[in-house]
Design a protein around this ligand. Structure first.
Ligand SMILES: CC(C)(COP(=O)(O)OP(=O)(O)OC[C@H]1O[C@@H](n2cnc3c(N)ncnc32)[C@H](O)[C@@H]1OP(=O)(O)O)[C@@H](O)C(=O)NCCC(=O)NCCS
Length: 337
């Protein structure tokens, strides 16, 4: 019998640098309330959102990703040519194929890096960090670029009261590479497909185009969400997942410096922090107030802001947790780069 040679990689992996791109246009609640018969007060009270960023025509998924990645690469001290793999988490790259990751890898100037997209909605970035960590440690890649990017306004119904005020656009990127000490803890991840319909694209593309027998709607499919059950699931079930991620990394609450939950909604963030009994010493990401919910981009955008504002410092221990459509979720403890 023949023996297949396998690889082993670095003893440990870590996030070496983070970058972000926020669209230029700031959209206050005043600009969304009329179409959904709402008010600034209602939106702030129910979601904590004051403004969000919406991308302009030039701010494509690829453009925002490349901008965020260049910053992450510079901060990591890595040339694009050293990137072996590009993983892009997104649900708003509107070509079914090819993956936008290949175009991003090319524009950045990687050396023909492996490149592919993953579809795990709001939890996609944390899935990507887990893949990257395993690739680096298994020797499949030395440096991996993980991008979370969304242009959700393309698939948003601005007259839908349940989603129009929540979702937004942006990109975040992280370079994951070898490290002498563990910088990314074990992932705790999973899914609950029984709740597949809670957040979803309303129609499939065939319903839009139609068939000879049944005419299509001709209307772009939009995101729809059953806000209440999603809120309950996220607030309670996800706190347990966050605790499991801490336990599996061997980190006590007293050792945690920073909490970066998916920026879904301020009430969910507060409910999770309460359920987890986070001590006051833990700094909590609250980027959603100004940025809205950017799905796969929300965790890296939130962490980037905390670093920029001095709330998260290099070497701090952070808990990342993201959750959303699927339902799917992923959480891990990381060292802040
Ligand atoms: C979306 C969300 C803010 C809605 O809040 P809610 O309290 O669940 O709202 P409900 O749908 O139960 O409606 C409550 C009331 O507000 C009204 N309402 C709903 N949307 C409204 C809006 N945009 N503006 C004003 N009023 C609104 C409803 O008509 C209802 O009125 P009633 O009590 O007179 O019947 C909340 O469900 C939520 O935060 N869900 C999680 C969303 C999320 O973060 N998803 C992303 C996960 S990845």
């Amino acid at each position: 019998m023949t023996t297949i040679t396998t690889t082993t990689g670095a003893p440990h992996a870590a996030i070496l640098g983070i970058g972000a791109y926020r669209p230029v246009r700031v959209v206050p609640n005043a600009d969304v309330v009329e179409a959904i018969d709402s008010s600034d007060e209602w939106i702030q009270q129910r979601s904590g959102i004051k403004t969000r960023r919406w991308a302009g025509p030039e701010e494509s998924v690829q453009m925002m990703s490349v901008e965020a990645s260049r910053i992450a690469l510079e901060r990591a001290g890595i040339d694009a040519g050293q990137i072996d793999c590009v993983v892009v988490a997104t649900v708003s790259h509107l070509l079914q194929t090819p993956a936008v990751a290949t175009a991003i890898a090319h524009e950045l100037g990687t050396n023909q890096a492996a490149a592919f997209d993953i579809s795990a909605a709001c939890s996609g970035f944390c899935h990507g960090i887990s893949l990257a960590s395993d690739f680096v440690r298994a020797g499949s890649a030395r440096h991996v670029l993980v991008i979370g990017v969304e242009r959700l306004t393309d698939i948003l119904d601005l007259t839908d009261r349940g989603t129009a005020f929540i979702f937004a656009d942006g990109a975040g990127a992280a370079v994951v590479g070898p490290s002498d000490t563990p910088g990314i803890g074990p992932v705790v991840w999973g899914s609950d497909g029984e709740q597949f319909d809670l957040i979803r694209q309303r129609e499939d593309w065939r319903d839009v185009v139609g068939s000879p027998e049944v005419p299509g709607s001709g209307v772009m499919p939009h995101l729809v969400m059953q806000g209440n059950p999603v809120f309950r699931w996220a607030s309670f079930a996800m706190a347990k997942i966050g605790q499991q991620a801490l336990d599996s990394a061997g980190i006590g609450l007293d050792e945690l410096d920073v909490f970066v939950p998916h920026q879904a909604n301020m009430r969910i963030i507060d409910a999770m922090a309460r359920s987890m009994k986070l001590p006051d010493t833990v700094k909590i990401a609250r980027d959603v107030a100004d940025q809205g919910n950017t799905s796969a981009a929300s965790v890296p955008l939130a962490l980037d802001r905390m670093i920029a504002e001095g709330e998260a410092r290099s070497g701090d221990t952070a808990l990342l947790i993201a959750f959303g459509a699927g339902l799917s979720y992923a959480a891990q403890v990381v060292t802040v780069p």
